[in-house]
Design a protein around this ligand. Sequence first.
Ligand SMILES: Cc1cc2nc3c(=O)[nH]c(=O)nc-3n(C[C@H](O)[C@H](O)[C@H](O)COP(=O)(O)OP(=O)(O)OC[C@H]3O[C@@H](n4cnc5c(N)ncnc54)[C@H](O)[C@@H]3O)c2cc1C
Length: 525
Amino acid sequence: MKYTIEVDLLPEEEILSNEELLPKVLSQANLTIPKTTSIGIRRVKQSLDARSRKIIYHTTFEVLTDNDANSKEQDEVKKLQKVGNSSKTLLIIGAGPAGYFAALEALEHGIKPIVVDRGKDVQARRRDLRAIQQFSEVNPHSNYCFGEGGAGTYSDGKLYTRSLKRGTYEKTLRLLVEHGANTRILYETHPHIGSNKLPVIIQNIRRTIEENGGEIYFETFVTSFIIKNNVAIGVQTEDGKELFGDAIILATGHSARDIYQQLHSQKIALELKPFAIGVRAEHPQELIDEAQYRQKPRNKLLPASSYKLVTQVEGRGVFSFCMCPGGLIVPAATNPKEIVVNGMSMSRRDSPFANSGVVVAVNVEDIPNVEKYGVFAGVKLQEQIEKNLFELGGKNLQRSAALRIPDFVSGKVSTSLPSTSYIPGIEPLPLQTIFPDFIKKRLQKAFDDFGKKIRGYDSNNGIVVGAESRTSSPIRIPRDPQTLQHIQIRRLYPCGEGAGYAGGILSAAMDGQNCVRAFVSTFLI
Ligand SMILES: Cc1cc2nc3c(=O)[nH]c(=O)nc-3n(C[C@H](O)[C@H](O)[C@H](O)COP(=O)(O)OP(=O)(O)OC[C@H]3O[C@@H](n4cnc5c(N)ncnc54)[C@H](O)[C@@H]3O)c2cc1C
C-alpha cells in the first residue's frame, strides 16, 4: 500500500532534502503506518504556483516503507541485452533523441542497433557551434541541428510532452536519469536539463549502446535508400558504403531537407503538414520575473520565470514556443546562406535574458505555391523566409535583423537596439519584410494581445529576432498507424520530428521507442 501526501512548500523549504522535510511531511499526514524500521519520502510531482503573492510549490510526496522503496523503477526499466552477435539488426538513421532512444529500446529486445549520423560526436560538434557563433561558418553536417544528440543536444532541454502515455513518458525520463540527468526531472511538472548537462548524458547513452554491442557511426551521410520489392533493406552513404538491416528507422529530424528530396526522387510518398513560423522574442529576464512573480529582483531561490502565451488572430493560433527562461538565442541554420534562430539555456537558467519563439500556425491551406512545388511548398516557404533574412542583412553572415517590438508591430525600423544574448549580433533592419502578409499581420496583432497578458511584453524593452522557421517539419512521411511502417515501403519506419510524429525531445524519444516496439510486434513475435 503506497501513501501519497500533498504538501505546499515555500521556496526556502523546497530546496531542503527529502530527509530534512520528513518531519514536516509526516506531520501533515494522518497515517497509520506501523512503526517500521524506516520510513522515507520521495517527491513524485511538483509544480510552482506563482498565481498569488505567496509563491509555493505544490508537492506530492510518496511515503516509502522498507518494502516499496524504488520498486517502481525496477518494474519499468527492463534489462538491456548484449547484442554483439544478435542476428537481428535495426539500421537507425539519425542520432537524435528518436534515434538514440530507438537504439536503447532495441537493446531491450535483443536487437542490434546500428546508428548512423551525418554529424560529429558531441565533443567535436562543439567546435562547429563555436565557428557558427563567432565566425558565421555553418557546416551543413555539424551545427545546432545536426550531430550526435540531434537538435536536442544544445537546447534548453525542456522535457514536456502532450503525450498521454504516462508509462512510456516516465520510462524515458528514467532512462535520462540513469544516464546522468538530475532526478528532479522525474517529479517536476516542467522539467528541463540544460545545454551544459545534455552532452554528458548523450555521451553516456552512446556508451551504453556501444557497451551492449550496438554500433554508432558519425560523419556518415545517408544519401539514398536501398529498396527491393517495396521493402527497405538498407541505405547508401555519401562515401559509397552500403549498410543493411532488418528494418530502417528513419529519424533524420525536421531540417534534413535533402532526405525529403531523396525520398521523393525514389517515389516514396510524402505529405504536406501544418507547421508554424515566426520570430524569437527576447526580454530582460527581470521584466518577465516582475510580471510573473511580482518581485523585482526575484527571490533568488525561485527559478527564472517562464510564460506561455497564446491567442487567435484571424482564425489562426499565434503562440509562444520553446520558451527559454534565463536563456540564449542561438543560430540554428543548417546552411551558410540562411538565418534561422532558436533558443537554449544552461541548467541554471541564469542568463539575464528570457526568449521564446512567437509563431503563427500555418495550415496546409495557407501554404503558397502548392501547385508549383507540391509537397515541398512548406519547405520552400521556410527557405524563402530564411533566405530573405540572410539577404536583408546584406548577406552579412549570421548577424540577424532585429527590431524593438513596438517598431515591429507598427512597421517601423528601430533606431537603436538593446543588448541581446544572440552572439553573432543583431542589426535594426525591417524584419517585417521577410514574411508574407498572412504571417506578418498575425504576428503584429498577437503582440498587442500579449502585452495585455504580460506587462511590458510589447514595450521597447522587448525585441524580436528572425526567423523562428524550424518549429516543426512542414512534411510528414506517412506511416501505417498500426504497424508504424511507411504506408508503401515495408520495414521503413519514419520516426520522430522529421517524419512528423514528434514535437520535441521527449516525444521524439518516445516515438523512437514506439517504432522499435512496432517492429518487434510485427516481425519478431
Ligand atoms: C536550439 C534548439 C533548442 C531546442 N530546445 C528544445 C527543448 O528545450 N525541448 C524540446 O523538447 N525540444 C527542443 N528542441 C527541439 C528538439 O531538439 C527536437 O524536437 C528533437 O531533437 C527532435 O528529435 P529527432 O530525433 O526526431 O530529430 P533530431 O534531433 O533533429 O535528430 C536528427 C538527426 O539526424 C541526423 N541526420 C539528418 N540527416 C541525415 C542523413 N542524411 N544521414 C545521417 N544522419 C542524418 C542529424 O545529424 C541529427 O543528428 C530544440 C531544437 C533546437 C534546434
